[in-house]
Each structure stands twice: as structure tokens, then as C-alpha cells.
Design a protein around this ligand. Structure first.
Ligand SMILES: Cc1cc2nc3c(=O)[nH]c(=O)nc-3n(C[C@H](O)[C@H](O)[C@H](O)COP(=O)(O)O)c2cc1C
Length: 133
């Protein structure tokens, strides 16, 4: 089992509705491949955690990298893991952008080190996004 985390810049013409639709489609495709994970979105960037078997994870990442809906894809880590941090979902969106925090009040899970680390990381993104006009 492997975990891959990457960071990218969201394409300017991609709105929240399109992102939600993309994640729904991704979740359906990921489940049979035993890929789970979370897509964190702060209004400007994606931080995507993908977990699953190496033989399906790597080809998926190579496909995602070429997707024009984001750019500047940087792989932050790729490691072997024994336990998934996101065991239950094919893919789930966590939106930290002010517009969806206000709409849903949803928060990323607090248990485990990885979600907490991502919360802290995207706290910085929220501060940046909220200074936008
Ligand atoms: C930020 C981002 C995350 C994505 N995550 C996934 C994913 O987890 N699973 C997936 O199948 N496609 C994901 N996609 C879509 C893929 O890039 C690609 O469009 C999709 O796999 C369909 O590929 P295909 O047309 O070759 O079947 C993502 C795209 C972006 C921009």
C-alpha cells in the first residue's frame, strides 16, 4: 500500500460546482481500483492525498498530472504505508475556501497526524485566499 501527496494550482476557470462533479466522478473510478483519499481545496490550490496499491496509484497520478484543470503539480511525498488515513472513501472533497466553509460548516477529520497536518497547511492557504478582493 502506498500514499502519494501532491500540491497544485487550480485552473482559474474551475468553479466549485465543477470541482464537486470532478470529485464525484473520481470517487466512482477510484473505488474499484482500491484507491481512497481526499482532495483538499482552499480556493487557489489542491492538496491531494491518494492511497492505494502501487500498481494503480502511479498510473492514476501520471494521468492526473496531465489534467488541464490544474497546473504546477508538485509531488510532496510518495511512501509505503501500512494503514490508510482515509479508509472509507473513493475520494472526498474537503473545501477550506471561505466560500464553502461558510456554506457547509464542514471540517476535515481531526484524528491521526495526516489530516491535522493538512489542516495546518491549508490554514495558510485560507489566509491567502481571504485577502483576495
Ligand atoms: C485535482 C484533480 C484530481 C483528480 N483526481 C482523480 C482521482 O482521484 N481519480 C480519477 O480517476 N481521476 C481523477 N482526476 C481526473 C483525471 O485527471 C482524469 O480526467 C480521469 O482519470 C479520467 O481519465 P480518462 O479520461 O483517461 O479515463 C482528477 C483530476 C484533477 C484535476
Amino acid at each position: 500500500m502506498h500514499r502519494l501527496v501532491y500540491f497544485s494550482n487550480v485552473s482559474l476557470d474551475l468553479n466549485l460546482f465543477a470541482i464537486e462533479a470532478m470529485v464525484e466522478q473520481a470517487a466512482e473510478k477510484n473505488r474499484p481500483l482500491q484507491i481512497s483519499g481526499a482532495l483538499h481545496y482552499n480556493g487557489l490550490n489542491f492538496l491531494h492525498v491518494l492511497e492505494g496499491p502501487h500498481q494503480t496509484l502511479t498510473p492514476l497520478y501520471l494521468r492526473i498530472r496531465k489534467d488541464p484543470r490544474h497546473s504546477g503539480v508538485v509531488k510532496l511525498s510518495h511512501e509505503r504505508i501500512s494503514t490508510r488515513s482515509y479508509p472509507d472513501w473513493g475520494m472526498r472533497l474537503f473545501c477550506g475556501a471561505p466560500k464553502c466553509v461558510a456554506a457547509s460548516g464542514e471540517k476535515a477529520p481531526r484524528e491521526g497526524d495526516l489530516p491535522a497536518m493538512i489542516d495546518a497547511f491549508f490554514g495558510f492557504g485560507q489566509a491567502t485566499a481571504s485577502t483576495e478582493p
